[in-house]
Design a protein around this ligand. Structure first.
Ligand SMILES: [Fe+2]
Ligand SMILES: [Fe+2]
Length: 250
């Protein structure tokens, strides 16, 4: 297995590891993102058992001691399994996550105390980079779920949103909603909830120019339009899910 490194927006690097054994024959990729600045930030730590692979990949971009922030969308192995391994090799590093995630998981699970981020709180990384944490509870899954928005490049690090199968290019301007709908049909990985469409539609107001997917290519183009179409699809799913028991009872 190897980790491919690509710059998907100025100073934002995608580290992508393809695992052919998951959902064959298409396979599945796991992406981490490194936002460079005076205080480099990682979004997704990767799986604990694959840490040696990721450590080698990140050390091709920065010396590990420089890593300052460890962030992710929600508490789950592919998002943060290697959090403590990173804390061990990067003495300056600190995990940063939303209030729910810190209270529910990180205050106990992180080897050093995390920084607690309020909804929409920003971290200034220096070098012109500034990231904003946005709470998206239960969207696509996890009570503590959130996304990260890098303001200078208008890049939305959207975690599991738009998850798709396969090992596509690092960056695409093609359709990402159709493949995301297909993956949702297959995995049913989202926690369907009444606020889901509204939450995703709210992200479209950021008007992102790049969408950085954890499982899929990064998307360059009209991010707001893609988010609105995805929100509409989840509204339909949620509507069907909530209508189903009533029609069954009728
Ligand atoms: Fe997840
Ligand atoms: Fe994930």
């Amino acid at each position: 297995m190897e980790t491919r490194i690509s710059e998907i927006a100025s100073g934002i690097y995608r580290l992508s590891t393809f695992v052919p054994d998951i959902a064959p024959p298409a396979g599945f990729c796991f992406n981490q993102f490194l936002v460079l600045g005076d205080e480099p930030l990682m979004f997704h730590t990767g799986l604990r058992k694959m840490f040696p692979l990721y450590r080698n990949a990140v050390s091709r971009l920065i010396s590990l001691e420089r890593l300052r922030w460890i962030t992710f969308g929600h508490y789950e192995a592919d998002e943060c399994g290697a959090m403590n391994e990173w804390l061990a090799v990067a003495p300056q590093a600190q995990a940063a996550h939303g209030q729910t995630g810190c209270l529910v998981s990180l205050n106990d699970m992180a080897d050093r105390a995390p920084r607690v981020l309020k909804d929409r709180e920003t971290i200034d990384l220096g070098g012109g980079k500034r990231v904003r944490f946005i709470d998206t509870p239960h969207t696509p899954h996890g009570w503590d779920a959130g996304v990260l928005y890098e303001e200078s490049t208008q890049t939305l690090l959207c975690g599991d949103l738009f998850t798709q199968l396969g090992n596509g290019p690092a960056l695409t301007d093609g359709d990402i909603v159709g493949p995301a709908i297909a993956a949702e049909d297959l995995f049913q990985y989202s926690c369907l909830n009444p606020n889901m469409g509204t939450t995703i539609r709210g992200l479209s107001k950021l008007a992102p120019r790049t969408l950085a997917l954890m499982h899929g290519p990064s998307f360059s183009g009209d991010g707001a339009a893609a988010l609105r179409v995805l929100a509409d699809d989840y509204d339909r799913r949620v509507g069907r899910a909530f209508a189903a028991p009533q029609s069954a009872a009728a």
